[in-house]
Design a protein around this ligand. Structure first.
Ligand SMILES: O=C(O)c1ccccc1N[C@@H]1O[C@H](COP(=O)(O)O)[C@@H](O)[C@H]1O
Length: 226
């Protein structure tokens, strides 16, 4: 598990998602971002296998390689995870509890699972999803909250972060969904702080082509302001 953030104020970990270019990936490693996100969802504009092979991804030696999957079948996730040597599997679709149990059983025990909860406007809906996940606490390392959408993710849209305030979150969580330089100061409105911030489309020149200067600004901002 990516461990629970201590009570004392500390910097959130950073995940940069939707990577497709090796030079940018190496620069992000130099910048010591904590997680590198690769999207294995064919319908995404950031579908990594259009740009990089599994071998190229496996050659990236880094302990924070996250594969993002949307309603993919278990065997394909295992195959990609092994060939690309992933460290985390992010389940961004409507994967059931049984699915997660099966994946956990078949997946290398070193590889962690992050389950995404897509947040709409209904607090009751989030609570019910979290209740289901509470039963799987030992199977997943983290939750990731993203804004609900038909595209599943990568929309650049935020949800009302305050909705998390009176919800009990059973494992350390990642915050995502339209995080940008403009809205990051609103993070202080959340009572129970995320362990990690996941940035994506607000830090791009084009889909999958990251704006490294903006990312550097964001990293500096998280170091000084949060
Ligand atoms: O980025 C995508 O294209 C994508 C497609 C399908 C599922 C997830 C996707 N990305 C994830 O979406 C969130 C938020 O991204 P954004 O900041 O709103 O652009 C992030 O966790 C990505 O992993």
């Amino acid at each position: 598990m990516v461990s629970q953030k201590p009570a004392a104020k500390s910097q959130p970990l950073i995940k940069v998602c939707g990577l497709t270019k090796l030079d940018q990936i190496h620069e992000l490693i130099e910048l010591k971002v904590d997680f590198l996100g690769f999207i294995f969802y064919e319908k995404s504009l950031r579908y990594v296998l259009n740009q990089l092979s599994l071998k190229q991804i496996s050659n990236i030696e880094y302990p924070g390689k996250v594969g993002v999957f949307v309603n993919e079948n278990v065997d394909r996730i295992i195959e990609i995870s092994e060939k690309a040597e992933l460290n985390f599997i992010q389940l961004h679709g409507d994967e059931s509890e049984d699915f997660i149990l099966e994946l956990r059983q078949k997946l290398n025990s070193e590889v962690k699972i992050i389950k995404v909860i897509r947040v709409g406007s209904q607090k009751a809906e989030i609570k019910s999803q979290l209740e289901k996940i509470s039963n799987l606490k030992s199977q997943i390392s983290n939750i990731l909250f993203d804004t609900d959408s038909k595209a599943f993710g990568g929309t650049g849209k935020t949800f009302d972060w305050k909705i998390l305030n009176d919800i009990e979150i059973p494992v350390p969580y990642f915050l995502s969904g339209g995080i940008s330089l403009e809205n990051i100061n609103q993070l202080s409105n959340i009572n129970h702080q995320p362990i990690a911030l996941d940035i994506n489309s607000k830090f791009e020149i084009d889909a999958g082509d990251k704006d490294l200067e903006k990312i550097k600004e964001f990293i500096n901002c998280t170091k000084s302001n949060l």
